[in-house]
Design a protein around this ligand. Structure first.
Ligand code: EPU
Length: 437
């Protein structure tokens, strides 16, 4: 898919959808708890969710979709050999590992995939299973865990991992376990809330980054119902998009606390932001103050999933900014594309260096979900020429109705299925000027 973008000043209102990355642990929680029926409300209609649903079907589950509600029936779930195809398309699939261990005390899964944003090993997930007494065997294609788990145990992560922490919780659901050095992203905290709601004695010791779980006395559960929190990365993308395009939008359905780090950075740079309950109003500026050094790290710090987007906005700052992404230092595919648009941006000693730049339209290519969002912002900021963004379909992995939402706030974007249609429509829709060096 190809998107053609033109400089725009966004204006209006946008409604944030349910969280992509909260969907996976919700499914995992339902399976691990042994529920036969899992109802998930406020589910975004995005590709990664549909891939997960297909994967559940391979495991023997059935599902139906009613508006924003997904109902999964797990009565016939079994330890099928699920195909690597769907598993490898998304990262969230990895929670099936902990979920199956929680339900059946054994699991065999193909290697999970996800965006190519650097190394994404699962050694910590395996460490968690080993710490619980499972024997784990892995080869290039599969990971298998078996053997009775300990009724009491301790898991200590070497690094903070979001889905690793989710998996550790899910596999500990029938035991008494202390999990140390946990990730405390809102999606993890929501998982803890869901489990508490359904009778698991679990608590997060925030000051010590520790989770204490005791599932030994919990009752059997037949049915669970979850409502997904708003997607904080979608909300953050809109904030940055409005700030970068000098627009003004009201973002509805946001938990502002979840994006405090983003709001703080934007305010420091000079964007005007007002918070009213679950709404945020953002008004952009023509120029911004640079950020000396933005450290991207685990929650509550600035999230890696918004690093590409803020990299684009900082091109408008009046001085040099630096970003150090401590989670995915190799998440830099947007940089080469931004250079094609005339941006003075580079990577030096593991830091992204951003100098003030006026970018122009160009033919560019997205490589992963968040870089697609960042390059859309770039296309809406770019002067002079239109931007042709290839691989635009990647956006559908994680942003619900993105084009519709963009058009609602007056963003100039047209999307085409293929090259031929693109040529036709370019001729028709506008005074397209191809970019040439
Ligand atoms: N890591 C290891 N070993 C492991 C697990 C992780 O070395 O066993 C490393 C990773 O290589 C990375 C760091 O630990 O350097 C943190 O990775 P983490 O495990 O936290 O990431 P994840 O669980 O694979 C989730 C989100 C990502 C998001 C990251 C970081 C889901 C499905 N995915 O991935 O979301 O970037 O946390 O916050 O929850 C996205 O939505 O675009 C996306 C990539």
């Amino acid at each position: 898919m190809i998107a053609i973008l033109e400089k725009s000043i966004v204006e209006g209102e946008v409604n944030v959808s349910g969280s992509k990355n909260a969907f996976f642990p919700a499914v995992g929680a339902g399976i691990a708890l042994g529920a036969e029926k899992i109802v998930i409300k406020n589910t975004p209609k995005i590709k990664d969710v549909f891939v997960m649903l297909e994967l559940l079907r391979e495991l023997g589950c059935e599902y139906k979709i009613q508006n924003t509600e997904i109902i999964i029936n797990t009565e016939k779930i079994k330890l099928n050999n699920v195909s690597p195809e769907n598993f490898g398309k998304i990262r969230g699939s990895v929670v099936i590992f902990g979920a199956l261990l929680g339900r059946f005390e054994k699991a065999k899964i193909p290697m999970p995939g996800g965006c190519k944003i650097g190394k994404r090993p699962i050694d910590q997930h395996i460490k968690a299973a080993n710490s619980l007494g499972y024997r784990v065997e892995e080869n290039e294609e599969y990971v298998e865990a078996y053997g009775a788990p300990k009724k009491e145990g301790k898991i200590k992560f070497d690094i903070k991992t979001v889905t690793g922490t989710e998996n550790a919780i899910l596999m500990s659901i029938n035991s008494k376990v202390e999990i140390e050095n946990v990730a405390i992203e809102p999606e993890v905290q929501e998982l803890i809330n869901y489990l508490k709601k359904y009778g698991v004695d679990i608590r997060l010791e925030l000051k010590e980054d520790k989770i204490l779980i005791d599932g030994t006395k919990r009752e059997k559960i037949k049915e669970v119902e979850f409502e997904l929190i708003p997607d904080r990365i979608e909300a953050g993308t809109w904030l940055i998009l409005a700030a970068a395009t000098e627009g003004k939008i009201k973002i509805k359905n946001v938990i502002s606390e979840h994006i405090k780090a983003v709001v703080d950075v934007l305010k420091e740079c000079g964007a005007k932001i007002k918070i009213f309950g679950n709404k945020i109003e953002v008004e952009g500026n023509k120029k911004y103050k640079p950020v000396d050094l933005l450290i991207v790290a685990s929650y509550p710090a600035f999230p890696t999933d918004l690093q590409p987007q803020i990299s684009v906005m900082l091109l408008k700052a009046e001085g040099k900014s630096r970003i150090k992404d401590n989670i995915f230092p190799e998440r830099i595919s947007h940089i080469r594309e931004l250079k094609k648009m005339g941006a003075d941006i580079s990577v030096e000693n593991g830091e992204i260096i951003i100098n003030p730049s006026k970018i122009h339209g160009a033919e560019i290519e997205a490589k992963d979900l968040r870089s697609t969002a960042a390059l859309v912002i770039a296309g809406l900021v770019a002067e002079k020429k239109q931007t042709i963004l290839k691989n635009f379909e990647l956006i559908e992995r994680g942003y619900e109705n993105f084009v519709k939402k963009l058009k609602n706030v007056n963003a100039k974007i047209e999307v085409f299925e293929d090259e031929i249609r693109k040529e036709e429509i370019i001729k028709g829709i506008s005074n397209y000027v191809p970019y040439s060096t």
